[in-house]
Design a protein around this ligand. Structure first.
Ligand code: ZN
Ligand code: ZN
Length: 782
């Protein structure tokens, strides 16, 4: 989360300075005056003379002004009530310049260019357009209302200008994202012989920050040094901000900060977030406590800056202290602050704390909901087991329902993170509801949501719906093309994937690294060796993409599936990096299938070197030795498993039916007790055996009594799904660990016997069983 520091004119002004100024002045002129007061000490007398003159004249003109409430929400005087420039009867209003200035100020509050134009017309009619104050005010107001071109026109036609006029226009340019023009004007002003005020310098420094123009910024800094203004709070703050924004100038920012005579909370906030932005969060936290020691109370910007530092540093203790400090200083119900605290808690994984905070909130914004939902989605990825992950996922779904009930409308961010949650949960029904919701709130045309839908349908195993969502997208990005290509490849629809890749290139979109992973895996699924190798070449030569592990993995997978194991090993040797676990496990699986045990043992040992605690690899190696009849080696493996204290991952599977999730463990006792499940499981086992399904030796519980052996969790989940989900819906199961060969083979038989499509997403990949075949081509099992 990046923090945007507010650098509005009002915020740059140190509050203490305002006390000098007549409280009856309209607020925008406050700004000019308080800086001019400060200027007197350091600038040539001509300026001082001007300023004093301006000030006394202004006092005279504004003596009868109604006070303007700074909160902009008070309409306590008659002028406010009467004000609507479109039907204003100027004959009734005394057309003095002070009235115009006051009316113009109202236009800023209403952000109404039109009203300003109407008043402008009246000013011209009444012949007041020679009045420096009125016209300067007009320049300022046009700039603030987003009409800087109009401001420029007025400026160009003025016969007299003072520093306030120049500054107003500069400020208008910065306000309207034209910082170059502001800098041009600054140069012009100096050439014109006008002296800037502190405020002018602040504006030009902000322009430099916006342009990240540190060179120009340093020139202005030189000017500041020349006139000895470095210790001025507002100027110091702007300098500090400039060096922070430009990146890599943290030291200069620090210097500017320490030279400020009276550091206010804005100065401290600027330097603290500078530390965060420039990668020195620890220094930022140090400065924060230094500020507290000086007795300066933090404001909301400071609190959010510090909280984001805590996030980066995972400094939960400090974060909690900041939390209690925020309560003490009255920010308990400040949305920005509470959102930051919530975000921190979620980032660290303190879900209970986060929810407690959330439930105690008076008002909840969409940002808060989004933080909470995204936080839970993030926790899913970080969860230590898939069961915990699914709990977080369902928590997120629950949040989403509550959000909808609260009457707030989800936005793009909400929809895409909840769709990710549905994907990870393989919760198709919920995903479809979100799809409907996206249509309702009108975000369907958004490419981010469209892509998230494609991904969700793909992960939930519904390739037809994924491709429908893709086709319905009005525009496509690299990511959406890539998602769809990958989806086709994962579902074994290789030709579709390759055709789509051609479409993508025809549409003029440039594929990236990830796109090629999809393309290559499509080739490997279909055993299209020549095509695969030519795409690999195309990627390197035509698109100048350096192959990464995943690309090598696809090619090796391709060789392995075709039984060309020696070539796979040769290709592995050409890699510019050390092969990872995935590649070695592909080789192990291939060697087992094609009966090349020597290479298989070699690969399995490499795999164990990379991950000496991996239970699945041990089991695989064990099974390999057992099936080769090498009992001695098998017992060696058992011994080293004991020595290494290899922990078995808990085998869990779950299936979501309607709004509920049912989870199963291996040898699930409750399932044996459930007559329905037990009967169907036995029946399917019996029928499969008649069709040729064999129970091979299973190493986890070697026993003579076949019925006493372990049934892995997915068997129960699938059987339960068959009982509860009506045809022709697909049975979708998620499993925490990898499927074993035995269950894999069993479910292939089940798909024939029941004529159902069954999908199991295990710890490593997606298996889609249909009519006795699996989309993984039997290469994805232990
Ligand atoms: Zn199994
Ligand atoms: Zn499979």
């Amino acid at each position: 989360m990046k923090l945007a520091l507010k650098t509005d004119d009002d915020n740059v002004i140190p509050a203490a300075h305002n006390t000098h100024v007549n409280s009856l002045l309209p607020s925008f002129l406050h700004s000019f005056f308080c800086f001019q007061f400060h200027f007197m000490a350091s600038l040539p007398s001509v300026v001082i003379g001007n300023t004093t003159k301006l000030e006394s004249e202004f006092k005279r003109r504004t003596a009868n002004f109604p006070s303007v409430d700074k909160r902009n929400n008070c309409s306590s005087n008659s002028l406010d009530k009467a004000f609507d420039a479109s039907n204003l009867d100027f004959t009734e209003i005394q057309s003095s310049s002070s009235t115009y200035v006051s009316l113009l100020q109202k236009c800023v509050q209403n952000n109404s260019f039109q009203q300003a134009q109407t008043i402008h017309g009246q000013i011209v009619k009444s012949g007041t357009q020679q009045d420096l104050f009125v016209m300067t005010s007009l320049v300022n107001v046009y700039g603030k209302c987003g009409a800087v071109e109009a401001a420029r026109k007025v400026f160009d036609h003025m016969s007299k200008r003072n520093v306030v006029t120049w500054t107003s226009l500069m400020s208008g340019y910065v306000h309207n994202s034209q910082p170059e023009a502001a800098i041009q004007l600054w140069i012009q002003m100096l050439e014109n012989g006008s002296y800037p005020t502190n405020y002018t310098i602040g504006v030009v420094l902000n322009a430099c920050s916006a342009l990240l123009d540190v060179k120009m910024g340093k020139q202005v800094h030189g000017y500041v040094l020349k006139y000895g203004l470095e210790d001025e709070t507002s100027i110091g703050n702007s300098l500090c901000n400039l060096y922070s924004k430009c990146g890599g100038y943290l030291e200069s920012a620090m210097k500017a900060f320490w030279r400020i005579g009276e550091r206010n909370v804005i100065s401290w906030t600027t330097i603290v977030s500078a530390c965060g932005d420039n990668g020195d969060s620890a220094a930022g936290l140090g400065l924060f406590s230094a500020m507290l020691e000086e007795g300066i109370e933090p404001n909301e910007f400071m609190l959010t800056s510090v909280l984001s530092l805590c996030c980066t540093m995972h400094a939960i203790d400090v974060g909690m202290q900041v939390h209690s400090l925020s309560i003490k200083t009255g920010y308990e119900f400040n949305l920005r602050v509470t959102n930051s605290i919530l975000y921190l808690y979620l980032k660290i994984g303190l879900l209970t704390e986060a929810k407690k905070l959330f439930d105690g909130l008076e008002k909840v914004s969409l940002v808060t909901w989004n933080a909470l939902i995204a936080g839970h989605a993030q926790m899913m990825d970080a969860a230590e087991s898939s069961l915990v992950a699914s709990r977080n996922g369902f928590e997120a779904l629950d949040m989403f329902l509550r959000l909808q009930r609260s009457g707030l409308k989800p936005d793009l961010f909400t929809l895409s993170s909840i769709l990710t949650v549905c994907s990870n949960l393989v919760a198709l029904e919920q995903g479809e509801q979100v799809h409907a919701q996206a249509i309702k709130v009108g975000f369907l045309s958004d490419v981010v949501v469209g892509t998230a839908l494609v991904n969700m349908y793909n992960k939930c195993g519904s390739i037809n719906k994924a491709s429908k969502a893709f086709v319905e997208m009005p525009s496509r990005t690299l990511i959406s093309w890539t998602s769809m290509i990958t989806a086709f490849a994962q579902h074994g629809l290789s030709q579709h994937a390759l055709d789509l890749f051609d479409d993508m290139r025809l549409a003029g979109d440039r594929p990236n690294m990830v796109t090629f992973v999809g393309v290559l895996s499509a080739c490997s699924h279909a055993g299209m060796m020549d095509e695969g190798l030519s795409y690999f070449k195309m990627m390197k030569n035509e698109y100048k993409i350096t192959p990464v592990m995943d690309h090598y993995g696809c090619i090796i997978d391709m060789f392995v599936r075709l039984g060309r194991l020696e070539e796979a090993f040769d290709f592995l040797k050409t890699m510019k990096m050390e092969a990872n676990e995935f590649i070695w496990s592909l080789l192990v699986a291939g060697c087992r299938s094609h009966g090349n045990l020597e290479l298989g043992f070699y690969a399995a040992e490499q795999l164990l070197c990379l991950n000496p605690k991996d239970h699945e690899t041990y089991t695989m190696l064990l099974n390999m030795y057992v099936s080769a009849g090498r009992w001695k080696d098998a017992s060696k493996v058992r011994k080293s498993m004991k020595d290494e204290k290899v922990m078995k991952l808990k085998d869990w599977s779950w299936i979501s039916i309607k709004d509920k999730v049912y989870s199963f463990e291996a040898d699930d006792k409750s399932c044996y007790q459930c007559e329905e499940v037990n009967v169907l499981l036995r029946d399917l086992l019996e029928k499969s055996r008649n069709l040729g399904y064999e129970w091979k030796e299973n190493e986890e519980k070697p026993a003579e009594d076949k019925e006493a052996r372990v049934h892995h969790s997915e068997k129960f989940a699938v059987v339960y799904g068959l009982l509860k989900i009506e045809k022709p819906a697909v049975i979708r199961v998620v499993k925490s660990t990898s499927m074993c060969r035995e269950c894999h083979s069993f479910i292939k038989f089940v798909s024939v016997l029941t004529e159902r499509e069954i999908m199991v997403r295990d710890g490593k990949r997606l298996h889609r069983f249909d009519d006795g075949k699996c989309s993984c081509g039997d290469f994805g099992v232990m």
